[in-house]
Design a protein around this ligand. Structure first.
Ligand code: DC
Length: 226
């Protein structure tokens, strides 16, 4: 097996992408790149600099100087914005929504795609997001598209929060996921959609171990399409 593949994993929120990608990256000794974290960091930057999303000039200026750094670590990547560790902050609800809102904007996407291509140009990466197989790396060696029904995804997000001591309202979690699905898949710039040559995986009834094992096997066998 080559050690320099580019592996793209796309799909809606809470479809299992990031947990699966993290574990696979460990097994393959690849770098895991969470592109959603980059849009989240961008959103946080607009909040810090008090930039309105319709002020394209200020956004362009902000993007020119933005300093997003990902530190790759076995215990989980850390994301730094202007040298400050924002890994936890970018997971909060306001930034989750802002990330989806800012991801609609063409100049933001152009900048992020540029950074992502540089991060992955030498291969040996697993990148997850919404447009990796369609736009960032249309020539990726392997493309997966993970989906799961919205009830399952909501329950996963609700459980994740509960494990962190947060008691969320399940119906509100579901409503937020539906809003994000719609926002991410109906935008005109690189909407969330499955690449024609991506392998689709419905994770609704799969454990993480099963998802990891399945993708690992596909890669081991070098199958591009199944
Ligand atoms: O994967 P995530 O939930 O952390 O992503 C946050 C938002 O960023 C998501 O709602 C849409 C956007 N995003 C995107 O447009 N393109 C990507 N490659 C990754 C994320």
């Amino acid at each position: 097996m080559k050690d320099k593949y580019v592996i793209a994993i796309d799909g809606p929120a809470a479809s299992g992408k990031s947990t699966t990608a993290k574990q696979l990256a460990k097994m393959l000794h690849y770098v895991y790149i969470d592109t959603g974290a980059m849009y989240r960091a961008c959103g946080l930057q607009t909040l810090k600099q008090n930039i309105s999303l319709d002020d394209l000039d200020s956004l362009a200026e902000m993007l020119q100087d933005i300093n997003i750094r990902i530190e790759y670590a076995a215990a989980g990547n850390r994301i730094f914005l202007d040298g400050i560790d924002v890994s936890e902050r970018i997971r909060e609800a306001d930034i989750t929504r802002l990330a989806s809102e800012i991801a609609i904007i063409g100049i933001v996407r152009d900048k992020m795609v540029d950074l992502q291509r540089k991060m992955g140009e030498n291969g040996g990466v697993i990148m997850d997001g919404r447009d990796i197989g369609t736009v960032v790396f249309p020539e990726a060696d392997f493309k997966f598209f993970m989906v799961a029904d919205v009830k399952t995804r909501s329950l996963r997000r609700w459980q994740e929060a509960k494990d962190k001591g947060e008691n969320l309202d399940l119906a509100a979690v579901e409503a937020e996921l539906c809003w994000r699905d719609k926002n991410d898949s109906t935008r005109s710039h690189s909407p969330l959609r499955q690449a024609k040559d991506a392998i689709s995986i419905d994770t609704s009834a799969m454990s993480i171990a099963e998802q990891v094992a399945y993708i690992y096997q596909v890669i081991q066998e070098g199958k591009k399409n199944v």
